[in-house]
Design a protein around this ligand. Structure first.
Ligand code: FPP
Length: 258
């Protein structure tokens, strides 16, 4: 029996993550500690997003995926949802030029149909405009849930089977993976969550199967270059085994000749 390997092809530098996924938590607490409304924290969070993108460009990271708004966040107080939507719209208007200048390819994942038409239009325009960029693949998850992602992939395959385009027996891990959002990117190597909680919160459930997890108490608006460097240093020291033994995956030590 051939068992498929969970490990991706060996990256250029195995000590550096090609793809980082981040749950940006703690905006509300950051604001409350300053006696300000939660929305103040989200605005500060948007500034931290800029710093993080800059840091990833400097470190030569291939892909960065940020969880900006979950399927569940729609149930937050109306005022907070409204402020976040305005912030997304304003960020799209203000940031796309600079992202484009820096060679960033911008994409969005999630249930777009739930978003207001002007946001959908800006998202589409930003994706088209930056489609040829290669310096960094920046994906923003808005109205996104990991369970929704798996369900939408399964629905596409079910439809293909009903229409006779594929056999049900062909529905395997590879077929599902090919229909998930982010199918064209390597799975995240490093997952970062700020804000002190240790959970995945319905982010990229399928894609995080073998991702290295890193948690920090730092609240998202305080996440800076030094904190990113800490996460990267921790990742560099990890051994990724994908279910194999340490001997099977041992990577060349620094300075070794082969
Ligand atoms: C979680 O903190 C954060 C969010 C639900 C929103 C994330 C949004 C941003 C960082 C702003 C801008 C983003 C982009 C892409 C322009 P929380 O509100 O749950 O904080 P808490 O845990 O302290 O309550």
């Amino acid at each position: 029996m051939t068992v498929p390997s969970a490990a991706p092809a060996q990256p250029e530098d195995p000590r550096k993550p090609r793809h980082i996924a981040i749950v940006m938590d703690g905006n509300g607490r950051w604001a409350q500690r300053r006696g300000r409304p939660r929305t103040f924290g989200h605005r500060a969070g948007a500034k931290a997003v800029r710093l993080c993108v800059r840091g990833c460009l400097e470190h030569g990271i291939h892909a960065l995926t940020l969880f900006a708004f979950s399927s569940e966040n729609w149930k937050r107080p109306q005022e907070e949802v409204g402020t976040l939507m305005k912030l997304f719209l304003r960020s799209l208007d203000r940031e796309v030029d600079e992202l484009h200048e820096h060679g960033v390819r911008l994409r969005f994942i999630g249930e777009r149909g739930l978003l207001a038409a002007p946001i959908q239009q800006r998202m589409h325009a930003a994706e088209r405009r930056t489609a040829g960029n290669r310096a960094l693949n920046l994906t923003i998850a808005i109205s996104y849930g990991g369970r929704w992602d798996i369900a939408q992939a399964a629905r596409q395959l079910a439809l293909a089977a009903v229409e006779g385009r594929i056999q049900p027996a062909a529905i395997d891990e590879a077929a599902l993976a090919a229909h998930m959002q982010l199918a064209d990117l390597p799975a995240p190597d490093l997952f970062i969550r700020t804000g002190g909680d240790h959970r995945i919160s319905n982010f990229l459930l399928w894609q995080l199967a073998y991702t290295e997890l890193w948690f920090t108490d730092t609240l998202w608006p305080d996440f800076d270059a030094a904190e990113l460097a800490r996460a990267l240093a921790d990742y560099a020291a990890r051994e990724r085994r994908y279910g194999l033994t340490g001997e099977q995956v041992e990577r060349p030590r620094k300075g070794a000749s082969a």
